[in-house]
Every structure is written in C-alpha cells, then in structure tokens.
Write a protein that binds this ligand. Structure first.
Ligand SMILES: [Mn+2]
Length: 586
C-alpha cells in the first residue's frame, strides 16, 4: 500500500469537494475505546496505530498528533516525507489549524466521528478564521479501496439470572426517569449502554463484548428503536428483544432522528455532532447518558456473577504467578511469551471469552511506562534481577476482570521493596476504607494516596475506574481520581490500583477490583456507612513486602485476604501450586 498515492487521491478528492483540508480522528461513530478494523482510518492513512490521535491533511502539509505516550511510536510508524508529527498535549487540532491553514480555508470533518464537545472547542478558536465543514460522507472511505467490511458479530442474550433485572424493567425504569426530567425521548449512541439496557452482548470488537448499534428510547411508551444490522440477530435474540423493540437498519438512524418531536436528550460526550445536527424538528437537550449510573450500581446477581468470574480468574492468575516465580530459567522468557502464557491459562476455562484489554507486561524500565505495550517488533527479554509488572484482564460470560501484580524475578533491592510496600499500604487503605455515603471519588483518591504522599511520592494516574459486568473494562462509575466529583454508591464495582513509577528503572502498580457495599449501619451523623468487598483473588509477592513498615491492621488485612485467596483458589490448583500458594503469606 503506497501512502503517497493514497494521500494524493485524498487531496484531489478534497479539491473536488471544494475543501482545503480534512480532520481525520482515531475515533469511530460510537466513540468506542476499541474500534473495528473498518474504522481504523487514521492507521490506514498514516500508519499510526496508537489508541488516540488525529491527522490533519492540508493541500501541502499534513500532521499526525498524539499524546506523550506515543512519541516514539509516531516516529517509528509515520513516514516523515508525508507527515510531520506533533504532541497533542502541547498543541491541539484548533491551534495547529490556526498556525498552518490559510485564512478562510474550508476544513472538512466527518460529523459522525466527532462529539459536539470537540467541535465546539474548535469553533471557539477558529470561528472567524476558517470554515469548518461537516462532510456528507467519509472522505477516507472513498480512497480506501480494500476497506474491511463492517463487523457482523452475532448478538447474544445476556441471561436474566446474571443481569438481575429484565430488559423490560430497565426500559420502564429509564423511561420513568426521563419523563420526570421532561425528556420525551433519549438517543443512546454508546453500544455498551444499549447492550446493558437490552440485556444483550455482541461480538463486533476486540476486548469489549458490545454489538455496534445505537437506539432511541421513547420516554412515554418505554419502546425502543434499535439501529443494528439485522444479520447480527438470530430468532432467539429477536424473541428476547420482544415487541417493544423495533429493529431498524443503522442507515435509517439519521432519518429517524429528523422525525423526532418534543424534547430529545443526548449525551454530548458520547453522541456525534451528526446526532444533534439531525435533531431538526425536536428540541435537543444535552444530559448525561442515563444508563451510566443505573449500570454502575450493579444488581445482587451481577455481584454474585462477578465474584464467581473473579474466582476463576484468580485460579488462572495464581497458576501464572507460580509458574513465573518458580521458573528455572526466567532469562529464557520475554514480555510477549509471558503475556501469552497468562492468556492460555485464562483460555483454559470454557467461560472465558477473551481479554478485557491488551495486556501490559512490562519488564524493569518498561514497567515504569504506564501504558506500555510490548509488540512483535519491540519487547524486552527478562534479565533478572528486576521487577515485572503485569496488568491484564479477562472477559468471562459472567464478569469482567482487571488485575495488576508486580513480581520480583531474582532478588529485589531494598528500594524496590520499600516502594512496593508503600504502594501496598495505599492499596490496603482503599480496600479497608469505611466512609459515609456521599463520599466522592476525589476523597477516596486522597485517602488512598496518603501513605505515598507521606513519603513525598505520588503517581500520575487515577486510582480507580468503573468496570462492567461482562462489558467494558473502563466503565463510568464514581471515578476514584483527583477529578472524581461523583459519590461512591453501593453496588459499584471499581478498580483499586495505586502505583509508583521510577522512570527508567521499574514500575509498581497493585490492582484489585472492589465492590462498594452498604455496611448496614449508620455513622454518628446518620449517614449510611459504606465499605468495599475485594473481588480479585490472587496473592501479592511476599518477596517485595517489608513487614516492618506495615501496621498491625495492614498485616491483619493481608492475612485475611490471603486466607480468602487460599479458600477460593487452592481447590483448583495442583498440589505443587497449592503448596506454593500457602507459602506466599507473610
Ligand atoms: Mn484497571
């Protein structure tokens, strides 16, 4: 594939459409985290395969920009004779256009791929300088002759015994909630929201069991228009969807939007500009996707399902840790081989459906790169002594997992142990926290960081994100981060993943998933007291723990956690593995 010819073709196409430039984002029409091959337009055009970024094509110049994580990858993948590269944390689409596009230039963009929030940011800066032109069709698709077909993964029913709430009940509840807010219908553009609402799962993209689709819920009738390729639905799924769900082709979505009347809600972070542009008769109003909070507070049966999935995942991870810690020749291993071994262990269980994201397996200095990913072209061989960081997760038919463990291979230094133990203290602080209802993510984040802050240490990422139940591994729930303004509520499942990174040396992150629960008693001020139940089941590396700097309470927590791991995991291990696991406690 000759990128120079593609770029020439694209530029002549733009000229024919009276456009002086084009914005090409990484995102797809659903703002998905993981996007199908047919929507990898940025990579097709530029060669850059990172998970975030944008290209801007002008007649004589072109740029590809992404954030600091991808500086090296941009240089390696992008042909410098065709594109310059830029750091999107230092410039922006609008700033770059302001500097490089001619005054009055007509710059095209596909309104299906950008949110109103993004476009209004450009307009704030560029409104009087140039013309931002939404294109009728996607310009890249016209020059992408061997573009892969859209995925047609079969939709599956998500069983009621796991969901705990029927799709009819969910729709009724949601419709009532919308009606109370004066909304006549709501446009759901996030596939994970539609999947949750209809108790269905799909097979269209890697790592996330969503069916690519969108929907419009009528708040008065609780009926739903579902826009999805009919080929994805078998007779059982059709029956499951029932008479209150009308199935339409995805290409009918925009026409249906144009026919809506009354007040129509949409989420400005998730819906595309094309959605708001097509709400022509109705009054559109922006609000948060109402599925988000309902989905975040999981049902009792989802909790039970997730507990079971985590026990299974714990067996795979514990077997993995045993293999790694007792490996006779660790120097024969590398990051890719290790990640594959873990994947094989998970795949051994029939309920496993695949990873929940691309495993981060980082040896030594690579562990300090927070979003590190080994590739066939670039990976490290294990050269003990040192630390290995493995952040991975699985999709099981009844739950999603996400776990990080750090493993010492060879003798760790006292500095490594000190840093590991401080991160462990932070991790235990959140696991063992009790707090009144109303406490938000930022407050919990500060509680978690306190043991690190006390020693002048910190980490440059959030402490926890929501996790779906056999859905997205990065789901909105009370985000435990300095920006987390939302209160933690009973039923939410979030990650607990503090870390410490010594650049060029090693990275430490310890991650479990935790479930927020109501303790059934009140604080002295009459607020419900909440706490967490840990779902993840896998030991920590005792070679990295300095017992002396743990308090008695922290040691007790560790003992109790380890006992639970042994109870749930040991029965599924070989006798060697089981003996090894028993010896992992302090
Ligand atoms: Mn995580």
């Amino acid at each position: 594939m000759d990128r120079k010819n593609i770029l020439n073709d694209l530029r002549s196409l733009l000229r024919r459409h009276q456009l002086d430039g084009l914005i090409v984002p990484h995102s797809d029409a659903y703002q998905n985290e993981f996007i199908p091959a047919c929507d990898q337009r940025l990579e097709f055009l530029t060669g850059f395969s990172g998970s975030a970024g944008v290209a801007i094509i002008l007649d004589k110049k072109a740029v590809v920009m992404s954030d600091g994580r991808y500086t090296l990858q941009l240089k390696a993948q992008v042909d410098p004779t065709l594109f310059t590269v830029a750091d999107s944390t230092k410039t922006s689409i609008a700033a770059w256009l302001k500097d490089h596009a001619a005054h009055g230039a007509r710059i095209g963009y596909d309104p299906r791929l950008h949110t109103p929030q993004q476009v209004s940011q450009w307009e704030d800066i560029l409104l009087s300088l140039l013309d931002l032109v939404p294109t009728e069709t996607n310009m890249i698709d016209h020059v992408w002759h061997d573009r892969p077909a859209e995925p047609m993964g079969q939709v599956e029913i998500f069983p009621l015994k796991i969901a705990g709430l029927s799709a009819t009940d969910k729709r009724t509840q949601l419709a009532k909630h919308l009606k109370e807010k004066g909304i006549d219908s709501f446009v759901l553009t996030a596939p994970d929201s539609v999947a949750w609402l209809l108790n269905i799962r799909g097979n269209d993209v890697l790592y996330n069991p969503i069916p690519l689709c969108s929907a419009i819920l009528n708040a008065h009738t609780a009926q739903l228009d579902l826009f999805i390729h009919a080929a994805k639905l078998n007779a059982d799924v059709r029956t499951h969807l029932g008479n209150d769900v009308a199935v339409h082709a995805p290409q009918d979505f925009e026409e249906r939007l144009r026919s809506l009347t009354g007040v129509v809600g949409f989420d400005p972070v998730k819906a595309a500009v094309s959605v708001t542009r097509n709400i022509t008769q109705a009054k559109s109003t922006s609000m948060r996707d109402p599925c988000v909070l309902l989905r975040a507070c999981k049902t009792d049966s989802e909790h039970e399902a997730m507990r079971n999935a985590h026990k299974r995942d714990g067996v795979a991870v514990t077997k993995f840790l045993h293999w790694l810690k007792t490996h006779p020749t660790p120097h024969s291993l590398n990051e890719l081989v290790i990640a594959e071994y873990l994947e094989d262990l998970r795949r051994a269980h029939p309920s496993y459906r695949g990873g929940s994201f691309a495993t981060i397996c980082g040896w030594a200095a690579n562990g300090a790169i927070i979003h590190y990913r080994a590739t066939q072209d670039s990976y490290a061989v294990i050269t003990p002594p040192g630390l290995l960081l493995v952040d991975s997760g699985g999709q099981y038919e009844d739950g999603t997992t996400d776990i990080t463990r750090v493993i010492a291979i060879g003798a760790p230094t006292s500095e490594m142990k000190y840093h590991y133990t401080l991160v462990l203290k932070a991790h235990i602080a959140l696991s063992a926290a009790r707090f009144p209802k109303g406490t938000n993510g930022a407050q919990l984040d500060a509680m978690t960081r306190a043991p690190l802050w006390a020693q002048g240490l910190d980490y440059a990422h959030g402490t926890g994100h929501g996790v779906g139940c056999y859905l997205s591994v990065h789901e909105e729930a009370a985000s435990i981060s300095p920006r987390g303004t939302e209160p933690m509520l009973p039923g939410m499942v979030v990650s607990n993943e503090p870390g410490f990174y010594r650049a060029d040396h090693y990275g430490i992150r310890i991650e479990n998933l935790i479930l927020c629960r109501d303790e059934g008693r009140m604080t002295s001020d009459g607020a419900a007291l909440l706490s967490f139940e840990t779902l993840t089941r896998a030991p920590y590396d005792p070679d990295l723990i300095l017992k002396d700097i743990l308090t008695q309470d922290e040691q007790d927590w560790l003992k109790a956690y380890h006992a639970v791991v042994v109870r749930d995991v040991a029965p599924h291990l070989t006798s060697d593995e089981s003996e090894w696991l028993m010896a992992q406690t302090l």
